[in-house]
Design a protein around this ligand. Structure first.
Ligand code: SF4
Length: 120
């Protein structure tokens, strides 16, 4: 069964509009991409959509009560709510270093949650 889907490639600021043809759930053609990364993005978006997760965590003993965090690599879209709950339960002690791993392998995704800034 053939299906047409449209995506915006978010791999760079150009934001190419992608027209994706699927046959039985598999990507068979991509148009609208300016470079090969667009086709790769479309395939990932169909088979394993991922997003960078960003939020804040509570901090004890720091200059600020919260610290911004993000996933070190894009996390499975289907797991983002579960990741948000895990992050909401976290309370980190200052000092924190930018890039410090705050949750390793969050929710079994093989993705680490890291600090986005230093916090003393
Ligand atoms: S297809 Fe290539 S040029 Fe277009 S948005 Fe994606 S990465 Fe950028």
């Amino acid at each position: 069964m053939s299906e047409e889907r449209k995506f915006i490639c978010v791999s760079c600021p150009l934001g190419c509009g992608l027209n994706v043809t699927l046959e039985n759930g598999e990507v068979v053609n991509v148009t609208g991409n300016t470079c090969p990364r667009g086709a790769a993005y479309a395939k990932t978006e169909v088979s394993d959509p991922r997003r960078v997760f960003a939020s804040t965590v509570r901090v004890s003993g720091g200059k600020l009560p919260v610290c911004p965090i993000r996933s070190k690599t894009p996390a499975p879209k289907a797991k983002l709510k579960e990741i948000a709950r895990a992050v909401a339960e976290l309370n980190v002690k200052a000092p924190i270093k930018i890039g410090q791993v705050l949750i390793h392998n969050v929710c079994g995704t093989d993705v680490d949650i890291v600090a986005s800034r230093d916090l003393n």
